[in-house]
Design a protein around this ligand. Structure first.
Ligand code: MLT
Ligand code: ZN
Length: 478
């Protein structure tokens, strides 16, 4: 078929979609322009082709139901889209799908101060919920570098983690109820803000982390809590990855940390260059850890710091004395993703149990040295919960496809190490398109079969985010 033939077929399909939706969506609720398709058809990954048919912007649950019913009747495939900050291609539309954007379902619908529950539409931005909580004198604790754009629906669909998991848990722990339009067009209300509800399967937890493959989350009741004390932050200089765990244990023995993050000197240098910041200390070591704790624990933290110095685990450090200083230190960690974005990083988001971290770091270190000797590797992550981000950076003179092929060739080696230690090939970014061919390294054949059976039950026609989590040809369990 000629290019013009393809273009006119797409145009015909788009015209048909507009006709099919004209009874329930206005013209302003559909975007078809090339720039818009590119923008809403992708997430923060840049390695996948983007080719959606159309972008739809429903404003109500009823319109979402209409879209799902239409998709079943006419064979459209739907890709949910939140803040598009995902890093695994979970909301990439590369195959003429209709993207369902929640940008216009972004209202907070209600708040109950006794239950401390906020009813959010799926498109509420994380920072909007955090700010709403502050205005009520409360706190929403799940936080990430992408809080300014990521949406609650997307956070739930990926069970997003972030920087304070060691104290406050994952998104899952703050979802008290969900309203979901399933792949067959039913509206399911899963738990209704109840703390105790022992009435069989808790479907809420099936939808959390399902990456839009079972249905579209339209509303969520999110739990808030009392605000924490002001935090203090310490960044410490560390020469060996293995010492990180000793430091973690030493601090956790005497106080409750709210974050224990690590980054390499290379990662910090990238942030300093990118943001034009000065080094916070003159000592240069291979690694740094950022620790966050309550202000009232400042003295105990200083004692733990001295003990770590005495044991040779920490060689230097700097600590904040104000909220502003804490924020400046957090920049060193929060700025990493954006500072390496121009290097087209190949991202690995992997986890093992905390007790496995030292051995696992050694294993991964050997693979990196052996297979990436000429490539720059940017290490960082949430070491306090066993989650490491291993980013391989593309050299400027290497073609992107060649670079990705090289990284993909190493994946099985890395993932076998993870499998041996009972870890996960995707700790918090989801499977999406990026990891679907490797699912077998973290899930058994039986588990994958059962997951597919669950998908069939909620989405019998396979219209919900097709090609995500499971490879279309079933190779993920090969
Ligand atoms: C982070 O920890 O900053 C996020 O997971 C983003 C990333 O891995 O780049
Ligand atoms: Zn992360």
């Amino acid at each position: 078929m000629t290019l013009s033939g393809k273009v006119s077929k797409t145009k015909r399909d788009q015209d048909q979609f507009v006709r099919h939706t004209e009874t329930f969506l206005s013209q302003e609720q559909i975007k078809l322009a090339r720039d818009d398709l590119d923008y809403w058809g992708r997430d923060w990954t840049r390695s996948f082709e983007v080719a959606p048919l159309a972008i739809a912007f429903p404003t109500s649950t009823e319109q979402v139901v209409e879209l799902v019913q239409l998709a079943n009747a006419e064979g459209y495939r739907l890709v949910p889209s939140g803040g598009r900050t995902g890093l695994s291609g979970g909301c990439v539309a590369s195959n003429h799908e209709v993207v369902v954007s929640f940008d216009r379902m972004n209202r907070i619908l209600g708040f109950n101060s006794v239950d401390r529950l906020v009813l959010c539409q799926a498109g509420v931005v994380t920072a909007q919920l955090q700010q709403f909580a502050v205005e009520q004198g409360l706190f929403y604790p799940v936080d990430f570098a992408s809080s300014g754009s990521s949406q609650i629906g997307g956070n739930i669909a990926t069970n997003a983690g972030g920087i304070r998991v060691i104290r406050y848990g994952l998104t899952r722990d703050w979802v008290a109820g969900l309203k979901v339009v399933t792949g067959n067009g039913d509206v399911v209300v899963a738990n209704q803000g109840l703390i105790k509800n022992a009435t069989g399967y808790d479907l809420r937890h099936l939808f959390i982390g399902s990456e839009g493959t079972l249905g579209l989350i339209v509303e969520a009741e999110m739990q808030l809590r009392a605000p924490p004390e002001p935090h203090r932050v310490m960044v410490v200089c560390v020469t060996s990855l293995n010492d990180l765990l000793s430091i973690l244990q030493c601090f956790q023995h005497s106080l409750q940390l709210s974050a224990f993050e690590f980054f390499s000197d290379f990662a910090m240098s990238k942030v300093l260059n990118h943001r034009g910041l000065d080094r916070p200390f003159s000592t240069v070591t291979k690694y740094y850890a950022l620790l966050e704790y309550d202000e009232s624990d400042a003295d105990v933290a200083t004692q733990a710091f001295s003990e770590c110095v005495k044991n040779g685990w920490i060689v230097d450090g700097v600590l904040s004395h104000s909220t502003l200083q804490s924020e400046r230190l957090w920049e060193l960690r929060d700025g990493i993703t954006e500072s390496i974005a121009a290097d087209s990083p190949y991202k690995n988001d992997i986890s093992v149990r905390i007790s496995e971290v030292p051995g696992f770091l050694d294993d991964v270190g050997s693979v990196v040295e052996k297979h990436y000797p000429d490539l720059e590797v940017c290490w960082f992550g949430h070491i306090g919960d066993g989650n490491l981000h291993l980013n391989i950076l593309k050299p400027p003179d290497l073609e992107i496809s060649e670079f990705q092929d090289r990284c993909r060739a190493i994946n099985p080696l890395l993932f076998e190490l993870i499998q041996k230690r009972g870890g996960s090939i995707s700790a918090e970014h989801g499977v999406g398109l990026l990891k679907r061919d490797y699912l077998r390294f973290s899930r058994s054949k039986g588990e994958i079969e059962r997951m597919k059976a669950i998908k069939d039950a909620f989405d019998p026609n396979g219209i919900m985010n097709p090609g995500k989590i499971f490879a279309p040809n079933g190779d993920e369990s090969a």
